[in-house]
Design a binder for this molecule. Sequence first.
Ligand SMILES: [Zn+2]
Length: 104
Amino acid sequence: MVAYSTSKLTHGMINMICPKCEKNISLFSKTLNSFGKEKKCPHCQAALYKTMNFKKAMALSIPTVLAYLFILQPIFSIVGMHKGLGLAVLVMIVSQCSLRLTIK
Ligand SMILES: [Zn+2]
């Protein structure tokens, strides 16, 4: 059995679901952003591994790039925000959304 979960939007926040106890773990929580490959679920203490879902990353990239080019880039130029910074933020969001947690 392969136990894993993907990130999902809950109450407007991006959350990961613990594959063991099925509770929400915030993507911005200390647990998921700590150094080292092994993470611990703050609820059940299960050892979790963060892995990249490349298929999902590819699928997310296309609409994100389109949204960037046609919606966000003009906004960034109006507010005078550095375009590279906006793109970096988008890349970060896409990669965070493409992560999944796996129990070893
Ligand atoms: Zn858990």
